[in-house]
Design a protein around this ligand. Structure first.
Ligand code: ATP
Length: 264
């Protein structure tokens, strides 16, 4: 396949310090996260990247399904951050995806707190961070990224209303190899960047801030204005009664309050 991915094509000429120095490619995997966890558990070098053309049981947060058909790219990165570095992984992944999309396509990529990358208001990529703790230290973390590159989203009715792909937005083909290479360069650049700079750029790209939102956690829904985000990645939600609540990224989903009212 002209646009087929291989470790050699992906890494050729890249001078990355950590992320992407070792790349493993698979035509199909159940889940790149699962393979990356196994690699980490057996001590794979930091920055090892697992890439699959297709995942058969890809998942998102909270056990949700992540569709990764042919034409998309799914990759997971093995990392060994210190505990203070954990909250930055979601920011680094989001920024690297957004910057890569903008550099290669000219499309504007915005971030929806906590983990979605949007183009023209629709989700083009998903991000998942998993970590394994050994006492108070991080054993390893795995950063997962799925991007809809050359995907006809209309073929997937369950996401057709909310998702998009780069080829769909551009009405032309996009090189998967080009996206993966650029993504690895951006990830590597951000991974050891000053944390204040990462947080600052992440905050400035969040489309969520200033909006009336509905935070859903388990069976509970909280309404308010998304006022700000803190350096640990949490959202500060201002309720109508003026109270301010810190919402951790962990177990919640975020919807526009207007959308939520419309569906109730
Ligand atoms: P939401 O975006 O609804 O807040 P989430 O951030 O809580 O979801 P994620 O883990 O990011 O959850 O993504 C899982 C959700 O993304 C699925 O429930 C599905 O609605 C949607 N989805 C699944 N596959 C894709 C895809 N390839 N492209 C875009 N959206 C997808």
């Amino acid at each position: 396949m002209e646009d087929g991915l291989s470790p050699q094509k992906i890494t050729s000429g890249l001078n990355n310090r950590i992320i992407g120095r070792r790349v493993l490619c698979y035509p199909s995997l159940p889940s790149t996260m699962e393979t990356a966890r196994k690699e980490a558990a057996r001590g794979a070098p930091e920055g090892t990247v697992i890439i699959a053309d297709e995942q058969t049981v890809g998942h998102g947060r909270l056990g949700r399904t992540w569709l990764s058909p042919e034409g998309s790219v799914s990759l997971s990165v093995v990392l060994y951050p210190d505990i203070a570095g954990l909250p930055y992984l979601i920011m680094i992944a989001s920024l690297a995806v957004a910057r890569s999309i903008e550099a290669l396509t000219g499309l504007e990529a915005l971030l929806k707190w906590p983990n979605d990358v949007l183009v023209n208001g629709r989700k083009v990529a998903g991000i998942l961070i998993e970590s394994s703790m050994g006492g108070k230290a991080v054993d390893y973390a795995v950063m997962g990224i799925g991007i809809n590159i050359k995907v006809d989203i209309s073929a997937f009715p369950e996401i057709a209303a909310t998702a998009t792909s780069l080829s769909g937005e551009l009405h032309s083909s996009v090189s998967r190899l080009g996206v993966v290479r650029r993504l690895l360069v951006e990830l590597d650049g951000f991974y050891k960047a000053p944390r204040q700079a990462i947080y600052g750029e992440w905050r400035s790209r969040l489309t969520t801030l200033g909006r009336q939102v509905c935070v859903v956690s388990g069976g509970d829904a909280q309404y308010g204005r998304a006022e700000s985000v803190t350096a640990d990645g949490s959202l500060m939600l201002r309720a109508d009664d003026g109270s301010l609540t810190k919402v951790l990224a962990g177990d919640i989903s975020l919807r526009d309050a207007a959308d939520d009212n419309a569906t109730r």
